[in-house]
Design a protein around this ligand. Structure first.
Ligand code: AMP
Ligand code: MG
Length: 338
């Protein structure tokens, strides 16, 4: 059982990968006696009062949370949050591998039949990015992992690893290179039986979209958290950054003060099941072997946005350390072996 920012959370599998704490320094303290009288009159104009708002919304198997500062009233702030959460619902309807009617599931249904399927802008973009992260991580991140995640989800309910024969058969359908992208946003899945799974990246994509929508309304001091895939805009007013805690080896945390970046922690210790043999199998699967990872490792990635942090946190949970030190521009990695 953990407490996340004052909210009691016992959902072992679905809630936040990350703790975050927000220091509310909305009241700036000035020594007013030192201000000239004319300037004092101008202060309310110079410093319009910024209210702190926080909204949450369950989606994508987790809880989305928006925190932002604005001079707008609560009715407007609520309307903004509602619009953004409606967009998250739309993204879920496109990206979900749980919903049989999602655009992603319908695309997977057409794997291996030689068809180039026209897809939405959003699906095209996330598949294009997924392929690039898969290539850069040498296949440690692989969005074609769906047949294996299905097996391991069933295994989690039964508390038994899947049969070896089933793992071997599912592995045949996993290869990010079999996703072919053609012009006019058409996609072909070359291998029969491939099921796409964007669970390692969709929350990061959605968090970035939340922040972009907040910025489009003129709100810049903002945080969007998709269950631990966090993206930050400017710091809260009068603050040097958002206080984000990252896990350390000894179950303690280090507080980082951050702004204008994405941060995610992922790893075997967040979601796993314990089999009868005492082994703990993670929800993250090694695409080379088809097995849920067992190494209790926590990977925190700091990146320019949430999608990059999300994809690399999953990839390095599989691999531990990147093959190349240069995995991207402005990416910081902490790997905690427990
Ligand atoms: P995350 O919590 O972001 O690390 O994502 C984990 C989710 O991504 C799992 O629940 C699966 O749906 C999916 N997944 C598991 N293993 C992989 C992998 N090696 N590459 C890409 N996605 C994965
Ligand atoms: Mg991820």
């Amino acid at each position: 059982m953990k407490w996340y920012n004052g909210i009691h959370c016992s959902q072992e599998y679905v809630l936040s990968n990350n703790l975050y704490t927000i220091f509310n320094l909305s009241t700036l303290t000035f020594n007013l006696s030192k201000f000239p009288f004319n300037l004092l009159l101008l202060l309310p104009v110079l410093l319009p009062a910024q209210q702190r708002y926080e909204f949450s919304h369950p989606q994508m198997g987790t809880v989305f949370r928006l925190v932002f500062y604005t001079e707008k009233d609560s009715v407007s702030a609520q309307a903004i949050a509602a619009r953004i959460f409606a967009r998250v619902d739309t993204l879920n309807a496109i990206f979900s591998d749980y919903l049989p009617e999602s655009e992603l599931s319908r695309l997977s249904d057409q794997a291996g039949i030689g068809k180039k399927v026209p897809v939405s802008k959003e699906l095209w973009e996330i598949l294009r990015l997924s392929k690039s992260y898969a290539k850069a991580s040498d296949g440690a991140f692989d969005p074609t992992i769906g047949a294996l995640t299905r097996l391991w989800r069933r295994a989690r309910n039964l508390k038994e690893p899947p049969d070896l024969a089933r793992i071997v058969a599912a592995l045949e359908t996993v290869d990010y290179r079999s996703i072919r992208l053609y012009k006019n946003r058409r996609v072909q899945l070359k291998l029969k039986g491939t099921r796409l799974d964007l669970g390692g990246i969709a929350q990061g994509y959605a968090a970035d979209e939340c922040l972009a929508l907040l910025r489009a309304t003129g709100i810049s001091s903002a945080l969007a958290d998709a269950g631990g895939d966090i993206v930050l805009g400017h710091a809260p007013p009068g603050n040097k950054g958002w206080a984000i805690e990252r896990p350390l080896t000894d179950s303690t945390t280090e507080t980082l003060f951050l702004a204008n970046c994405g941060i995610t922690t992922s790893g075997a210790t967040y979601r796993y099941f314990e089999a009868a043999n005492g082994m703990r199998y993670s929800h993250i699967i090694d695409p080379r072997t088809g097995w849920g990872i067992t190494q209790p490792r926590l990977v925190t990635i700091l990146a320019p946005n949430a999608i990059t942090a999300d994809a690399w946190a999953t990839a390095l949970s599989v691999r531990g350390t990147p093959k190349s030190k240069k995995i991207g521009f402005k990416i910081k990695i902490w790997v905690v072996e427990i």
